[in-house]
Unconditional design. Structure first.
Length: 287
């Protein structure tokens, strides 16, 4: 008896889903566990390719904005100048040129399938659109970059495959770079070193609301795991936090944390209090 198209579709969809799952597993090994022996053979050539690609993009960069041309010509050599003048970064190569010691990480916003809604957290969030031709999957990822010295950026990327989504999120995170204030705002410490935040801030996105409070030296980052990655790359070592709302929605929680960090720079402070709080802006300390 001849098989119809309806009999073939489930097998084709299962095979396609298995190949997608294998690709996600490989990408997560490359990104989340880069130092394991299991991934050493795969990672070494990929790391070299990424480094060579970054050098090629920076060397062959043809800026299209006035700010990019000034950075390329060497007129602007300090990234603090861009934030002091409230200039907008529209090319990610500007950050690659001016900011040193950049580190990147992926935030776990997805979840693998499991019984009764279980499953471990994943770096890629998969969604599907059902059409007459079949299921069309898309992958979203959230990346964070920083130099652990007052600069941090967050970016969201979505594409039909995992690698373009990751690259898009990394480019967006460099464009969304922000400079934050650090200090010692805890009355229990008073060391005047920029290890925490200078004062309490709050951020809200959707139903998620997060409050960040300064903590004394040695406390650590008492905050949700994904927010820990953001604060660590920003150069904050000690903080207390409190969250409200549907914090299981990781994307909203991450955006709320980003909003709280932006509020650190938007608040105006009198200069006579900046030295008492040990406030540091980027690589410079106000006196």
């Amino acid at each position: 008896m001849a098989r119809t198209n309806s009999d073939k579709l489930p097998n084709e969809e299962e095979t396609k889903q298995e190949s997608i799952s294998e690709q996600i597993a490989i990408d997560e090994k490359l990104l989340v566990a880069p130092n394991t022996e299991e991934t050493a053979e795969i990672i070494v050539p990929m790391e070299e390719a990424v480094i060579e690609k970054t050098k090629e993009e920076t060397s062959g960069w043809k800026p299209i904005t006035e700010l990019g041309r000034r950075v390329k010509s060497g007129e602007i050599t300090d990234i603090n100048y861009i934030f002091d003048k409230n200039l907008r970064i529209k090319e990610y190569q500007i950050v690659d040129t001016l900011l040193d010691n950049i580190e990147a990480d992926l935030l776990l916003i997805g979840q693998s399938k499991g019984k009764f809604g279980g499953g471990s957290r994943k770096a890629f969030k998969q969604t599907q659109k059902k059409t007459q031709e079949g299921n069309k999957p898309k992958f979203a990822t959230f990346s964070v970059i920083g130099n652990k010295n007052g600069f941090v950026g967050l970016g969201y990327g979505k594409a039909k495959e995992t690698v373009p989504a990751r690259e898009k999120s990394l480019r967006t995170s460099k464009i969304n770079l922000i400079r934050i204030r650090r200090g010692c705002g805890s009355w229990q410490c008073g060391c005047k070193m920029p290890h925490s935040i200078p004062y309490q801030v709050e951020g809200k996105t959707g139903s998620c609301r997060i409050i960040l409070r300064p903590a004394p030296k040695g406390t650590g980052l008492k905050v949700e795991k994904e927010c820990q990655k953001i604060l660590m790359l920003a150069g904050i070592k000690d903080v207390w936090s409190k969250t409200f709302g549907q914090t299981g929605s990781k994307i909203n929680l991450i955006k709320a944390c980003e909003m709280a960090l932006k509020n650190l720079s938007s608040t105006k402070i009198q200069e006579k209090y900046s030295k008492d709080l040990g406030i540091a802006t980027g690589n410079k300390v106000k006196e």
